[in-house]
Design a binder for this molecule. Structure first.
Ligand SMILES: *Cc1c(COP(=O)(O)O)cnc(C)c1O
Length: 372
């Protein structure tokens, strides 16, 4: 028997928030107020409280959240064009593009074999007199080694920025949430993220009053009051409709993350195949919200085809690392051994809060029957 299992069932997930989602959307339409209103204010308050930070600034998407943070730091600290920002070699392209788009220079750092996240031990060797910041990415939902990163950042007086686009609600062992682990953090509410809108959305969270003020102004045309423009800015605002949807969905985020973690635990306990390696040395990571459950195989493409034939949809995160993309051609000759190995062997299997026990069992059993 073949079961059809989507990688991420957005239709089913969206439906599960009804009728509250539609009611919330209706209330925005009725109000006749669509940009920078009360829903955004309420969401910013709720999400700051959720993260444990003083401030939250809604923006248009996750890329802009990173970019606006960098633009604000450039202004506040007089960074020059071409100053350097360290970023992991294995990440979604946005982490690196935000740097280029704010006229700064990305410096890629290979990732660690243990967690596929920025390798703190290699950062010392990359710091120059022009280094201004580190963007660490909580990839797949797992938190970076923040104590080590904080130590390096303060040693060289660098700003530490979390790209938390995949880690809404992830907690450290001492109960600090993603977003509250560095100088500033960027979130995306792209529909398939752990907290997703019904379109694009993003947020910046921080405990830094000056940064909060500067990012709020930059994201709204550099405006200090209506029609007075202090800085060069952009138009990147979270709109009322998305904020209203996010206010509904935020209420269930912790519960949904717990469900993801329970499914991940099941995979760790039940997937067992010599051709398929489990992540994190087969140990369940408490500090991940499992945005992605990555497995690794030297026969990755074969595994993907096999699972597709069995009705299981999978995705590769990511088939080409940023430095090997045509868009980053000046970096194409650099080699990042671990990042490239991860990208050539990774396969993300379905994991979302509404996967049934039956589906999770089918996925595990099917993977266990894979032979090369
Ligand atoms: C999704 C994502 C982003 C960008 O978010 P958008 O809202 O799509 O712009 C940035 N970084 C990472 C790691 C992401 O997964």
């Amino acid at each position: 028997m073949v079961m059809e299992i989507k990688y991420y069932d957005l239709e089913k997930i969206t439906q599960s928030f009804e009728p509250y989602l539609s009611e919330s959307v209706q209330s925005v339409i009725k109000s006749g107020w669509f940009v920078l209103g009360n829903h955004v204010k309420v969401f910013e308050r709720n999400f700051a409280e959720f993260c444990g930070t003083r401030h939250c600034v809604g923006v248009g998407n996750g890329l802009d959240a990173l970019k606006v943070i960098l633009m604000a730091y450039k202004q506040l600290y007089h960074w020059d064009n071409g100053d350097e920002v360290i970023v992991p070699a294995h990440t979604f392209i946005a982490s690196a593009e935000s740097i280029v788009q704010s006229q700064l220079k990305p410096v890629f750092c290979d990732v660690s074999k243990d967690d596929y996240l920025i390798d703190a031990n290699q950062i010392d060797g990359l710091v120059t007199s022009k280094t201004r910041a580190i963007i660490c990415v909580h990839l797949y939902g797992r938190l970076c080694k923040m104590q080590e990163l904080q130590h390096i950042s303060s040693k060289y007086n660098l700003k530490l920025i979390e790209d938390a686009a995949q880690a809404h609600g992830a907690v450290t062992s001492d109960n600090q949430r993603a977003g509250n682990l560095a100088d500033a953090a960027a979130f995306s509410f792209y529909p398939t993220k752990n907290l997703g809108a019904i379109g694009d959305g993003g947020a910046i969270v921080t405990n830094d009053d000056d940064l909060a003020q500067a990012t709020r102004q930059i994201a709204n045309y550099g405006q200090i009051r209506k029609y007075y423009h202090q800085h060069q800015g952009v138009n990147s605002r979270l709109d009322e409709l998305q904020a209203a949807v996010l206010n509904v969905k935020l209420k269930r985020l912790s519960e949904d993350n717990s469900k993801r973690m329970r499914i991940a635990k099941y995979y760790f306990e039940n997937i067992n195949n010599r051709y398929v390696n489990l992540p994190y040395h087969c140990c369940f990571a408490e500090d991940s919200v499992y945005h992605v459950f990555p497995v690794f195989s030297e026969q990755r493409d074969k595994l993907q085809q096999y699972l597709a034939a069995k009705g299981i949809e999978t995705i590769i995160h990511y088939p080409v690392i940023p430095s090997k993309q045509r868009a980053f051609y000046p970096y194409n000759h650099f080699n990042f051994t671990v990042a490239e190995q991860v990208s050539s062997q990774e396969l993300s299997i379905p994991l979302h809060p509404l996967l049934s026990q039956e589906e999770v069992e089918y996925i595990s059993t099917t993977i266990n029957q894979f032979v090369c």
